[in-house]
Design a protein around this ligand. Structure first.
Ligand SMILES: Cc1cc2nc3c(=O)[nH]c(=O)nc-3n(C[C@H](O)[C@H](O)[C@H](O)COP(=O)(O)OP(=O)(O)OC[C@H]3O[C@@H](n4cnc5c(N)ncnc54)[C@H](O)[C@@H]3O)c2cc1C
Length: 377
């Protein structure tokens, strides 16, 4: 079709940017990724990809390598603080053959799979580079890079995360990420053999520690922490602060993990800053993708999945319509699904902070959300 995008510049080589780049190359569209970090800057925590994310990865030809490198799982086990099993259930997905309910994977491993596919498909990647200036014209966008190079694009994609400098440059700063009142501890450990699905350990007086397998030999424990204003920890105090928080948990897997806490394994604390940009998600030929458009609290472990789905949908629409019409079609297709997942994630986060909540509304929201995610994107 006359006017379809042939050259796309993507700012941000994270989950959404790289997935989009691979999908576009497979459609014969030239893709150039501009990424601020260098490959060696990647951090070592994990991510859980729900079934919808895996379906979208399959659509763009990335699933097999992810399945081979991660840890597929289908069951959720709830245990008490001593490790006794309280409940066990399988994920509610309508499974396509060959696609598990979910997949835990190291972020570094996932990033390498995406980058390797992008390079193999002929995506141009400028690492250690940012955008200095954007000039939109009726028939294209001029992008001036920090390296001094200039690129001409039919479409420019802001896939540069929740704090998106490109969004600020083009859309202004009226809508900014805000603190959702929670953060999460993450601690990467050798996978305890007894934990082969998603496991929640309930604390003796409230709270919970989750465990997600990431590879046959790796898992991470995570622990949510609420606070009215954002809290920060110095690198040197992370290990002792986490050990203190894990102390009430007597399950052997957690005691073992606490005993190894000084071995220098990756520990991080990250606060949740979230944002849902109002529609439309494009200004002329510049469009928002992934966390730059919608960053959710991680209760439904769906931010990355939404980003991957978004990349698959944007590539599809760019293959169907003239460039600007495609951006509009992409935003309209994503709006309602993304809003529901954003609202439900935030509501569950709020209920977790409410001592009077009996958990029933959260369960209802989980069920409702998984039903939605199980459907088409
Ligand atoms: C604690 C936590 C746990 C989470 N757990 C899960 C989970 O289990 N499952 C799930 O699906 N989601 C999860 N998420 C959400 C998920 O991580 C995000 O939704 C996902 O990373 C969004 O991908 P993205 O590509 O849009 O943004 P990002 O992954 O943030 O990538 C943005 C990229 O842009 C680059 N960049 C930034 N600024 C510039 C610039 N100026 N120029 C060029 N490049 C730039 C960055 O270096 C980065 O590579 C979690 C989020 C948090 C905070």
């Amino acid at each position: 079709m006359e006017g379809r995008a042939k050259q796309v510049v993507i700012v941000g080589g994270g989950i959404s940017g790289m997935t989009l780049a691979v999908a576009l190359r497979r459609q014969g569209v030239a893709a150039h990724v501009v990424e601020k970090a260098r490959p060696e800057d990647q951090l070592g925590t994990g991510i859980n990809l729900q079934n919808n994310a895996l379906r979208a990865l399959k659509q763009v030809g990335l699933l097999d390598d992810c399945l081979a490198a991660g840890f597929p799982w289908n069951s959720v086990v709830t245990r008490d603080h001593k490790g006794h099993v309280l409940d066990e259930r399988t994920l509610p997905w309508t499974l396509e053959p060959g696609i598990p309910g979910a997949l835990g994977i190291m972020r570094t491993t996932f990033a390498k799979i995406l980058a390797d596919h992008a390079e193999r498909e002929g995506v141009d990647i400028s690492y250690g580079t940012t955008v200095d200036k954007v000039d939109q014209h009726a028939d294209g966008v001029d992008v001036q890079l920090s390296s001094g190079e200039s690129l001409r694009a039919d479409v420019l994609v802001a896939a540069d995360g929740v704090y998106s400098p490109l969004r600020n440059l083009v859309f202004g700063t009226e809508h900014r990420p805000f603190y959702a009142g929670q953060g999460v501890w993450r601690y990467t450990v050798p996978r305890p053999e007894t934990l082969d699905g998603f496991t929640m350990f309930r604390g003796p007086t409230g709270g919970a520690v989750g465990c997600l397998p990431l590879a046959p030999d790796t898992a991470y424990f995570f622990l949510l922490e609420s606070s009215v204003s954002p809290i920060r920890f110095e690198e040197a105090e992370l290990a002792s602060a986490l050990a203190e928080r894990l102390a009430p948990f007597e399950a052997p897997e957690l005691r073992d993990a606490v005993a190894k806490i000084d071995e220098g394994r990756h520990i991080s604390f990250r606060r949740f800053d979230i944002l849902l940009m109002p529609q439309p998600w494009h200004r002329g030929r510049v469009v928002l993708l992934g966390d730059a458009a919608h960053s959710v609290t991680p209760q439904l472990t769906s931010g990355g999945g939404m980003a991957i789905e978004g990349a698959a949908v944007l590539a599809e629409e760019l293959g169907r319509h003239e460039a600007v019409a495609a951006l509009s079609a992409y935003g309209k297709r994503r709006a309602e699904r993304v809003r529901t997942i954003y609202d439900n994630s935030l509501r569950i986060c709020e209920l977790e902070k409410d001592p009077t909540s009996d958990g029933s509304e959260s369960v209802k929201l989980f069920v409702e959300s998984f039903k939605l995610l199980d459907g088409p994107y």
